[in-house]
Design a protein. Sequence first.
Length: 240
Amino acid sequence: MNAGATVVGIDLPGLSISEAFQALQLSPEGDRICLLRGDVCDRTTLLTLRDQCLKDYGIPDVLVNNAGIDQPPGPATTYRLEDVPWEVCQKVFEVNTLGAFQVAQIFGAPMAEAGRGSIINIGSLYGSVSPDKRLYEHLKADPPFLKPPAYGASKAALANLTRYLATHWGPSGVRVNILSPGGVLGRQDETFKQKFCDRVPLGRMANLSDLVGPLVFLASDASAYVTGTELKVDGGFTAW
């Protein structure tokens, strides 16, 4: 919105609206933000939402694929690696990878027909490196906390899918890139934050504001000759 865009978000039905989103709606630019309800795994609903967007706003200039399933460190259902259920892994891939592909199919096709557009998939540093289990050893859980193995695998698959779509739609003028954040500061416990920051060359976790500039860059004509690329915003985490 601050970059001049009209933003249409899609979130699951029944979920409450975050305070940050409510603040945007109440801001002076609140008439340029809209929330629709849908599921990235529900093709029928996505087609309906696509048609509604085309009618109300026209062909999108930018698509950001941000839906994903993750498990942050903290109290949660945990498994030993050999006991991770098939269904848990399957759902992660359905949303993180196949869901992103389906959204790109449905909303990217009109962009390709128009001969323009930027698709930005949201990846993760764990698409490039494995989680360091030492970051979580202090958490009290039995079995010990385990970062979901399907999470990083799904993000690595999304990076390859990004390259596929970039080469496929490049001749149609649609750029496709992946933005891969490092650890983003949230409600993590202090021990985890200290361990993580010690592992980052810049010595801190990312703030949400750190992701804005890179996202706007990939969305705008400032990156007109950039496609099929992974932009890592991880404070140097993956450099070690």
